[in-house]
Design a protein. Structure first.
Length: 457
């Protein structure tokens, strides 16, 4: 077993190098070659490790169903008593997938289990414990638990092992949750100082840049913030982490709104919408084909191997093994039904989500079209598609009339003053006057951007 682990360390360095550069597809193909070689040598340990690495990359790609299937394969091979570290990694990747699927309570359960097991491996695996803490902190941000829990686990991660990425994550926390500019600046400075003496992955660089951009946006350095967001987008695109690109588009749109450049704000809002719609289709077809075929081969190989063992045992003790096979078959079929049901539910959820997005996109285009033609039914249709907007505005001021609600709806859709004037056949100066009166009726502070205020209503 020790020799197998040594061989594993040789190729894992190469795979880590590829991932650090953002070459996930090359790392995936390398792992597939390694599994094939390890199976020929009956190296169960390396096969298990590689399944976990493949599952990790698939999770990064957003292919969570495939990732979970690989984790099931790995989990079936692992003996927890002999390879506790692998069991910890399997649990951590289960947690990571569930967090990405927004099943946060389940994710936290897996992180708790993996953390408890990882503590038995200390001090050699302190780096792994730090990784678990920072991911558990991220899972807490999307749960009804106290937000303080997020900060607690972030500091636990930093206490074990410091790096620029972790400091940037803490800075982002202070910017998003507490609006504590001083604390955010302090942790950003720590991140930048540490980057001068330590190399980090391209992905982590994108997170640091985005945190720095968020800080500049918070203190009003909007041009610098946009520049940093663009650099973050460039890196995120190169490593195919499109979730970060999606978030950056949204933040740039908000920043341009702060600059009162509504045309550029609308431009990036459209980019954000288009990318959001395409994320479900982002997985590369060629890699998807490789994974699908390879996974079929792996599952087929295990089934054939199990069949050989079953035949051998039946010839030795037919009656005994016959009863055992009936029990095994029953539980295997039961487990298969559970897995198939999970797959069906996940696919159903995905189809429903895609259908809902399509309906929302069609409704959005319809509402925009009615606005552009100054159709009298625009406000009625807008209230049907986005019922909460007008309802919340009327809670602020029940005396708002339809013309004012129509103006609010156009602002919510991010139409510029020039656009509104064109669509409603009035002068841009008149639009500005109506906006001023609307501010008064809604008690919008002078320092607040009216577009941002209404969008958040």
């Amino acid at each position: 077993m020790q020799e197998q682990k040594t061989n594993y360390q040789d190729w894992i360095k190469e795979e880590n190098s590829l991932i650090k550069k953002g070459l996930f597809e090359e790392a995936l193909l390398l792992n597939i070659d390694i599994v094939e070689s390890a199976k020929k040598n009956n190296d169960v340990y390396t096969v298990s490790v590689t399944y976990i690495r493949i599952a990790n990359i698939l999770c990064t790609f957003g292919e969570h169903l495939e990732s979970l299937r690989y984790l099931d394969l790995a989990d079936n091979l692992i003996d927890e008593n002999e390879n506790l570290d692998l069991k910890v990694r399997v649990l951590a990747n289960y947690a990571r997938n569930y967090a990405a699927l927004k099943i946060n309570n389940k994710s936290i359960e897996y992180y708790n289990e993996s953390i408890n097991l990882c503590k038995k491996l200390l001090p050699d695996y302190d780096y792994l414990l730090s990784f678990l803490y920072i991911n558990k902190a991220d899972a807490f941000t999307n749960t009804p638990y106290k937000l303080d829990s997020t900060l607690v686990y972030l500091h636990k991660a930093i206490k074990i092992r410091k790096n620029p990425f972790k400091y940037a994550v803490v800075a982002n926390y202070y910017l998003k949750k507490d609006k504590n500019i001083d604390s955010a600046r302090a942790y950003l400075n720590k991140s930048k100082r540490l980057m001068q003496v330590r190399n980090i992955s391209e992905y982590h660089k994108s997170i640091v840049l985005q945190a720095e951009a968020n800080y500049n946006k918070a203190i009003g350095n909007y041009e610098e913030a946009i520049c940093l967001y663009e650099k973050s987008i460039e890196i995120s695109r190169s490593v195919r982490v499109l979730d970060n690109v999606q978030l950056a588009y949204k933040l740039i749109s908000e920043t341009y709104s702060q600059l009162e450049d509504e045309d550029r704000s609308h431009e990036y809002l459209l980019k954000y919408s288009v990318l959001t719609d395409s994320l479900n289709l982002r997985y590369n077809k060629n890699i998807g084909s490789v994974i699908s075929n390879f996974l079929t081969e792996q599952e087929s190989g295990y089934k054939q191997q199990e069949k050989k063992y079953s035949v051998l045992i039946v010839t030795v003790v037919f009656l005994f093994v016959g009863s055992v096979l009936v029990i095994v078959y029953y539980y295997r079929k039961k487990r298969l039904r559970i897995v198939e049901e999970k797959e069906r539910l996940l696919k159903q959820k995905q189809l429903e989500s895609e259908k809902l997005k399509q309906q929302l996109n069609e409704a959005f285009e319809e509402v925009v079209g009615l606005a552009k033609t100054n159709d009298p039914s625009f406000l009625i249709r807008f209230q049907e598609v986005y019922p909460h907007v007008c309802a919340n505005l009327l809670k602020v001021n029940p005396k708002l009339v339809n013309t004012e609600l129509t103006l609010c709806a156009m602002i919510w859709l991010n139409f510029s003053s020039k656009d509104i004037a064109c669509f409603t056949n009035i002068q841009p100066r008149t639009v500005q006057t109506k906006k001023y009166r609307l501010r008064k009726k809604l008690n919008i502070p002078e320092d607040d951007n009216i577009y941002t205020w209404i969008k958040s209503i």
